[in-house]
Design a protein around this ligand. Structure first.
Ligand code: XMP
Length: 468
């Protein structure tokens, strides 16, 4: 008979306190989500239809994390949600409005009001920038019955595409200008940066892409659904595709990762879910930029009771992070987070980020409204492998990949908690305090220094409050 190794869940352990010179206030909780995506907080909202749609994804990115939009909707709906998040705060306008030099100033002025902008780059018939006209040029004009050519500023200050926001801001301020056209080599327009948009997106903690747009992730399935969904999501500007398969260490997942990697060499891909070192290794070798770890720990999961399969989450994170580290690939600990202490344990065990479902499902930013029952407010929360969710998916797009399976999830409800900001503030604040207890200023250092102590049943009881 094979020797049985012990597996630990979050509640089986506590983190040992260590000598510290670190105040929680001075800690840094920035982290890596995937090979090329950095976040300012290590929290990710789950790709579940009772957790993340555009509103949650917007909130998460503004808070410095990332939200993964679920796939329990049509391809168009999911792409539109991703597009919405990308458009909300954009410091670079990719396709700016332009105007022709022959247009009369009066018409240019009307057009500015109509479009809600304060100026236009002026372009010739080959779309090359030949000037810029702004509201202030028009304001001081003697007559509006002249063409734009007569009023525009011909010596336009421009920059190359790819300029950083800091550099762009410096140019705008030094030259006392409002708009900075970004140019291609042939002097055609490649984008526009405005001071107004830079100032609007001052939220320094927000998680953004190189163009200053909020980050957003989106889930795709495997097989027939994967490619068309991926195509629409990449087109919509999603920064990362998360392959949403219950058993990630499978042929279907590996083929999906390879297919997406081949078609979109630059998109970030998260593979999962797995709970073993072999799973991590195979997904990374197939091309994953991050691996999601968790088989059965989720609040709405029944995988372990239905199938007898799973790995206690703390042990899964330790084993998988160790393997992923060999490839410099981050691990996302997915599921089973019941409180802020579990977040600290997941990160202490080696995860770079933590994916959360049930703790965020009861907030204003999750889909749906709260319902009152016996004077208490609840929001709906359901496992995506529940019978109800599988039937909805089949009705939606005829996808019957799970129809023959015994459900591995349950529908239910969670307490309504109000604004997600409060929940996140508590989680991140508590994580900083954990770092203070261990004497770690950064998350990688926290993972290096965290030592776990196994807790007895009495120890677990002792940890819980005994007050009414
Ligand atoms: P929490 O504990 O944060 O977990 O609510 C969220 C994670 O649970 C997973 N998930 C499922 N697992 N059956 C499962 O076995 C399901 O029906 C199901 N739905 C969600 C998923 O990984 C999610 O991020």
């Amino acid at each position: 008979m094979q020797a049985i190794k012990k597996g630990y869940a979050f509640d089986d352990v506590l983190i040992r306190p260590r000598y510290s010179e670190i105040s929680p206030r001075d800690t840094v909780v920035a982290t890596r989500f995937s090979r090329n995506i950095k976040l300012n907080i290590p929290i990710v909202s789950a790709n579940m239809d009772t957790v993340t749609e555009w509103k949650m994804a917007h909130f998460m990115a503004q808070a410095g994390g990332i939200g993964i939009i679920h796939r329990w909707c049509s391809i168009e709906e999911e792409a539109e949600m991703a597009r919405k998040v990308k458009r909300i705060e954009s410091a670079i306008i990719d396709v700016p409005y332009t105007i022709n030099a022959n247009v009369m100033t009066k018409d240019a002025s009307d057009l500015m009001s109509k479009r809600g902008v304060s100026g236009f780059p002026v372009v010739d018939e080959k779309k090359r920038v030949i000037g810029i006209i702004t509201k202030s040029d028009i304001q001081f004009a003697k007559s509006l019955s002249v063409s734009v050519k007569g009023l525009m500023t011909e010596k336009v200050i421009t920059a190359k595409r790819g300029i950083s926001m800091e550099e762009a801001k410096k140019i705008l301020i030094e030259n006392r200008i409002e708009k900075l056209p970004l140019m291609n080599e042939d002097r055609t327009l490649s984008g526009l940066i405005t001071l107004k948009d830079i100032n609007r997106s001052k939220n320094e903690n927000a998680a953004k892409d190189i163009k200053g747009r909020l980050l957003v992730g989106a889930a795709i399935g495997s097989k027939d659904e994967a490619l068309p969904r991926a195509e629409a999501l990449v087109e919509a500007g999603a920064d990362v595709l998360v392959i949403d398969i219950a058993h990630g260490h499978s042929k279907a997942e590996i083929e999906t990762i390879k297919l997406i990697r081949k078609k979109f060499p630059d998109i970030e891909i998260v593979g999962g879910n797995v709970a073993t070192r072999e799973g991590v290794r195979d997904l990374i070798r197939a091309g994953a930029d991050a691996v999601k770890v968790g088989i059965g720990p989720g609040a709405a999961c029944t995988t372990r009771t239905v199938t007898g399969v799973g790995v206690p989450q703390l042990s899964a994170i330790i084993e998988c992070s160790k393997e992923a580290k060999k490839y410099h690939i981050p691990v996302i600990a997915d599921g089973g987070i019941k409180n802020s202490g579990d977040v600290a344990k997941a990160i202490g065990a080696g995860a770079s980020t933590v994916m959360i479902g049930s703790l965020l499902a009861g907030t204003d930013e999750s889909p749906g409204e709260y319902e009152l029952e016996d004077g208490k407010a609840y929001k709906r929360y359901r496992g995506m492998a529940s019978r109800e969710a599988t039937e909805d998916k089949m009705r939606l797009d005829g996808n019957d990949e799970n129809s023959y399976r015994v459900p591995e999830g349950k529908p239910g409800k969670v307490f309504y908690k109000g604004a997600a900001n409060k929940v996140l503030w508590e989680i991140v604040g508590a994580l900083r305090q954990s770092m203070g207890y261990v004497g770690a200023k950064t998350l990688p250092n926290f993972a290096r220094k965290a030592q776990f102590k196994e807790s007895s049943a009495a120890g677990l009881k002792e940890s819980q409050t005994r007050l009414e």
